[in-house]
Design a binder for this molecule. Structure first.
Ligand code: SF4
Length: 459
C-alpha cells in the first residue's frame, strides 16, 4: 500500500459514521453463549496437535485512579489484596489453558489492562514465573513480549525489571500533556515521568516503543495539542497511536464525569486530526493505518512497504496472526477459527475459576463466509488492497457475484476517489487511507444500522 496519505476535510465530514475497528471479524457483538467452555476445549485440543507458534494475552484489570475517558475493562481500587487474589486465579487459569494447548512455542505475549504496571515487582515476577511454568515461552530475540505501561506507576527500576523478565516491547499511555486537559480527564502525568519511562526502556533494550495519544478530549485545542505533539515528537518513540476520543457515556458510565461543554466540536476535531497528520508527517512518521504511525525504519513501516503487515487484537504486527490464548477477565482469544471471550465482570470470572472451570462465556466459530470476509478485511486493513484473484482461488467463489451487494455499496466511495476497482484487485488510494473502516463495513455481513451507540465514529 502506498504510504502517502491525503487529508480531505469534505470527505471526512461525509464519511464520519460509527463503525467497528475490525480487530476481529466477526466483531465482538456477534459472539454468543452458544460457544462455551466445552466447545472451546475441543477446539483447543485439536489445535494442540499442530506445532504452530502461539500468542498469549494477559489482562490485568486494576488501576489506582480512573481516567474519565476510559472505555477499557478495569477495576479501580487501592486495595492491593484484590490483585493478589486475582493472580491466584490467573495461575489456576494458566494451568488449565496450558494443559490444553500443550508445548506449542509462545512467540508473542501481551500484557494489557487496566494497568499491568499496577502490579508490584514481586507480583510481576510471579506472573512471569507462572506463565513460564505453564507455557513454553521462547527466549529468542525474535519474541514479541509487550506490555502497556502507565508511567505514573512504572519508574525506571520497574522498567528495568520488566526487561529482565523478558519484555522487549512497550506501549506508554500518555493521551495529552496539557495540564488543563489532564485535569479535565483526571489523568495527571508529567512530561518528565513519560520521558524517564521511555529513556529507561531504551537503556534496558526495549525495541520499538509506542506512545498512545487521544484527540478530541475536553479542553483540547489545536494550540494545546500542537504542544503535546511537539513534545512527543522530540522524544522520538518509534510508534505512535493517535486515537479519536469516542464519547459514549451510555456505554461507559465514567465518561459522564466529562464536561460535555468542554469537548471540542466536530470541526475542531477535524482540525486536531489535520494537525496530527501534518505534524507527524513533517516529523518523518509514516501512516500505518487505523490511527497508527511509525518511523520509516520501524519494522511496522518496513512490513507495510513490503506488503507483509498483519493485524490482530493488539493492532498491527509483523507476525502472521497466531492462535491466541487469552487469560484474565474479559480476555478474547482466537484458537483455530474460533473466538472465545472470558467473563467480563471480575466476580463472574472468579466464580468460574473457583469452580475449576475456564472463564469462557461466549464466542463464535467462523463459518466459510466469515473466514472469507475476515481474510478480505485483513488484507484491506494491512495492504490497502483486496486481491480478487487470490480470494477467488483461496475461497472458491466468483468474486463479483459473491460480493455484488458490497461492490454496489462501494460505488459512491469509488466516485469520491477513495478506492479504485480494477480487474485483479480493489486498491485503496492515498485519499481513502483514512476510511479503511468505512470500506470494510461494506463487506461486513452482520452490521446493523439500528445500533449506532455501540461503535465509535471514524473521527
Ligand atoms: S485509561 Fe487505562 S489507566 Fe486510565 S482508567 Fe482506563 S484502564 Fe485505567
Amino acid at each position: 500500500m502506498s504510504q502517502l496519505l491525503d487529508f480531505d476535510p469534505e470527505l471526512l465530514r461525509k464519511y464520519d459514521v460509527r463503525g467497528p475497528r475490525y480487530t476481529s471479524y466477526p466483531t465482538a457483538p456477534q459472539f454468543s453463549e452458544a460457544l462455551g467452555e466445552a466447545e472451546y476445549r475441543e477446539v483447543a485440543r485439536r489445535a494442540a496437535e499442530t506445532d504452530l507458534p502461539l500468542s498469549l494475552y494477559v489482562h490485568v484489570p486494576f488501576c489506582r485512579t480512573v481516567c474519565f475517558y476510559c472505555g477499557c475493562n478495569k477495576v479501580i481500587t487501592a486495595n492491593y489484596r484484590r490483585a493478589t487474589d486475582y493472580l491466584d486465579r490467573l495461575a489456576r487459569e494458566m494451568a488449565m489453558q496450558g494443559a490444553l494447548v500443550g508445548a506449542r512455542e509462545v512467540t508473542q505475549l501481551h500484557f494489557g489492562g487496566g494497568t499491568p504496571t499496577y502490579l508490584n515487582d514481586a507480583d510481576l515476577r510471579r506472573v512471569m514465573d507462572d506463565l513460564r511454568r505453564h507455557f513454553n515461552l521462547v527466549e529468542s530475540t525474535s519474541r514479541e513480549f509487550s506490555i502497556e505501561i502507565d508511567p505514573r506507576t512504572a519508574g525506571p527500576d520497574k522498567i528495568r525489571l520488566l526487561a529482565a523478565l523478558g519484555f522487549n516491547r512497550m506501549s506508554l499511555g500518555v493521551q495529552d500533556f496539557d495540564p488543563d486537559v489532564q485535569r479535565a480527564v483526571n489523568r495527571v502525568q508529567s512530561v518528565a515521568q513519560t520521558a524517564a519511562a521511555l529513556e529507561a526502556g531504551r537503556d534496558a533494550g526495549f525495541g520499538s516503543t509506542n506512545v498512545d495519544l487521544i484527540y478530541g478530549l475536553p479542553r483540547q485545542t489545536v494550540d494545546t495539542f500542537a504542544r503535546t505533539l511537539d513534545t512527543v515528537v522530540e522524544m522520538r518513540p518509534e510508534r505512535l497511536a493517535v486515537y479519536s476520543y469516542a464519547h459514549l457515556p451510555q456505554m461507559f458510565k465514567v465518561q459522564r464525569q466529562i464536561d460535555e461543554a468542554a469537548l471540542p466540536g466536530a470541526e475542531q476535531k477535524l482540525a486536531l486530526l489535520e494537525l496530527t497528520i501534518n505534524r507527524l508527517s513533517e516529523a518523518g512518521y509514516v501512516y500505518i493505518g487505523m490511527d497508527h504511525f511509525a518511523l520509516p525504519d520501524d519494522e511496522l513501516a518496513v512490513a507495510q512497504r513490503e506488503g507483509s503487515l498483519q493485524r490482530n487484537f493488539q493492532g498491527y504486527s509483523t507476525q502472521a496472526e497466531l492462535d491466541l490464548v487469552a487469560l484474565g477477565v474479559s480476555g478474547i482469544g482466537l484458537v483455530g477459527d474460533t473466538y472465545a471471550q472470558n467473563a467480563r465482570v471480575l466476580d463472574d470470572y472468579a466464580r468460574r475459576i473457583d469452580a475449576g472451570r475456564l472463564a469462557i462465556v461466549k464466542g463464535v466459530s467462523l463459518n466459510a463466509d466469515d473466514k472469507l470476509r475476515r481474510d478480505l478485511i485483513q488484507s484491506l486493513m494491512c495492504q490497502g488492497r483486496i486481491d480478487r484473484l487470490r480470494l477467488q482461488a483461496r475461497h472458491a467463489i466468483r468474486f463479483d457475484d459473491y460480493f455484488a451487494d458490497a461492490l454496489e455499496r462501494l460505488e459512491p466511495m469509488v466516485d469520491d476517489g477513495l478506492l479504485t476497482v480494477g480487474g485483479d484487485a480493489i486498491e485503496v488510494t492515498p485519499r481513502g487511507r483514512l476510511f479503511l473502516r468505512n470500506i470494510a463495513m461494506s463487506f461486513d455481513a452482520y452490521l446493523q444500522p439500528a445500533d449506532p451507540g455501540r461503535y465509535s465514529r471514524a473521527i
